[in-house]
Design a protein around this ligand. Structure first.
Ligand code: TGC
Ligand code: FAD
Length: 409
């Protein structure tokens, strides 16, 4: 089975084949058999939404560097925010494989759209769900789940990226509230957010997490301009100048980097699935183009070098799919480790980036245009390779896991 399920003998057959869905079949190892009906329903609903709501506008949005904020509420309507958070708290009440397939379909559309859902679900809803008081959960989570409220996650600082432990943003106790000072950098959605989950050091140097309302006096979130990547996603700073944070907004029990890093584990897992969506979109476009485009009297897909590219793409995609399916199963059972998540994030994002580069080549000159999605995915994936822990940081996490030796200290 696989891609070619019917005999193709001539260029005309190739052209016809390229037009049918039959030849765009990506499930090379019949992984659909491993999904439940609920997973498939969720995946197909999100895939349809992406086809009708994202694909028609995304090239233009990326071209103009405009974030399609009108889709934020719709993402809430289709259940993209916190799919594995209990429904009582505004999530989807599904498992982590459902969460994964949803991220895959969103990133098939664009990494920026998947980013929106990753930040809202895994980096804003998840810490509130996991670490806030019951009262705070009920205050924020339903609105975040429905997309009526937008959140962002502030960990990175201008001088603290890969090493968030060296952050300088801080809170000082002022009776019934804290006073927050400092700055965060590279924060997805900060300029449009209603609330920010912020990580800052207390007077004893311990990292604390809190919800900061973005209409608080002393808060600002300037946009970062000039990005050649994730152009359909808005990124900004967070600046805190004596911002008053009510004590009830500070997560009561969590201390240290474990807090933000536990949220990153959840988000990195979603990215490992999401990257497959970007790779599939590039592969799909490449396969069709190579069957339609003729040079030297035959489709370029008939040349061995093009077939090598396509064969390697579907092989790497299939390996990546197996990796996340197994990781998702472990996560559902609570048996995954953060290091396993690092391996999947690193492998799958790199895989997708390599596929986007090869896909761009298969499309020749057309590959650099917005007629095809490859260049946009390629540029997006340069960010995905860096955020949520860089490619090399995840390598060192794996290195530490297998040797027991810590290269960071
Ligand atoms: P280390 O001493 O190793 O650990 C400190 C404490 O944290 C625990 N821990 C984790 N817990 C849960 N999940 C994880 N992944 C964890 N990793 C570590 C650890 O057990 C320890 O707990 P405890 O109780 O003993 O204190 O920390 P370290 O300072 O040596 O740092 C290690 C390192 C370098 C791996 C870590 O700092 C790191 O991962 N750095 C990368 C930073 C990063 O990923 N930043 C991402 C910012 S957010 C973002 O990019 C959002 S993009 C949004 C979008 O999708 O648009
Ligand atoms: P640095 O840490 O300065 O790293 C520079 C280079 O040095 C990298 O290649 C890195 O791998 C390498 N390096 C660093 N330390 C080591 C080491 N020990 N050994 C070997 N090599 C090393 N952050 C948030 O908190 N919230 C967000 O919403 C968010 N969204 C983002 C959106 C975008 C578009 C981007 C680009 C970033 C976003 N980030 C966000 C920040 C992102 O997580 C950081 O960019 C990332 O963690 C890397 O930090 P840095 O950019 O400071 O690079």
């Amino acid at each position: 089975m696989g891609i070619l399920t019917k005999k193709v003998t001539s260029p005309a057959d190739f052209k016809q084949a390229a037009k049918t869905d039959q030849y765009r079949h990506h499930d090379y190892y019949l992984l659909d058999d491993l999904l439940s009906d609920e997973h498939k329903i969720a995946r197909d609903a999100v895939r349809d939404w992406v086809k009708t709501r994202v694909s028609p506008i995304i090239e233009d949005a990326a071209d103009r560097a405009v974030c399609p904020t009108h889709l934020f509420k719709e993402l809430g309507n289709i259940g993209a925010y916190g799919p594995s958070i209990p429904a009582k708290y505004g999530g989807g009440g599904m498992d982590d494989i459902a969460y994964g397939v949803i991220m895959q379909e969103l990133e098939r559309g664009d990494s920026g759209i998947r980013s929106m859902a990753s930040v809202q679900g895994s980096l804003v809803m998840y810490p509130i769900y996991r670490y806030a008081s019951e009262e705070q959960k009920m205050k924020w989570l339903p609105g975040l789940g429905s997309g009526d409220l937008i959140g962002c996650f502030g960990l990175t600082e201008p001088d603290a990226g890969s090493n968030p432990a060296q952050m300088t943003t801080n809170i000082k106790d002022a009776g019934d509230h804290y006073i927050l000072n400092g700055a965060k950098m590279w924060i997805t959605n900060s300029p449009v957010a209603d609330i920010a989950v912020v990580w800052a050091k207390d007077e004893s140097g311990k990292i604390r997490g809190m919800v900061v309302e973005t209409d608080s006096p002393g808060f600002s979130a300037p946009v970062i301009h000039g990005k050649w990547s994730l152009r359909a996603s808005v990124t900004g700073e967070l600046v805190f100048e004596d911002v008053k944070v009510p004590k009830e907004n500070v997560f009561p029990d969590i201390r240290g980097l474990r807090g933000p890093l536990s949220c990153l584990t959840k988000a990195r897992y979603g990215i490992a699935w999401g990257a497959i969506g970007a790779a599939l979109d590039c592969y799909d476009s490449s396969l069709r183009y190579s069957l339609e485009r003729e040079q030297f009297g035959k489709p370029i897909g008939g040349f061995q070098l093009t077939q090598k590219k396509l064969a390697e793409m579907i092989t790497e995609i299939t390996k990546a799919q197996l990796l996340v399916w197994r990781l998702g199963s472990l996560m559902n059972e609570g048996r995954h480790t953060p290091a396993q998540v690092s391996m999947a994030k690193r492998n799958n994002v790199h895989m997708a980036l390599e596929i986007a580069r090869e896909a761009r080549q298969i499309h020749g000159g057309m590959g650099i245009t917005s007629e095809y999605p490859c260049m946009r995915h390629l540029m997006n994936l340069e960010t995905v390779l860096t955020y949520e822990g860089t490619h090399d940081i995840h390598l060192l996490i794996t290195g530490m896991d297998v040797t027991g030796l810590n290269a960071f200290k």
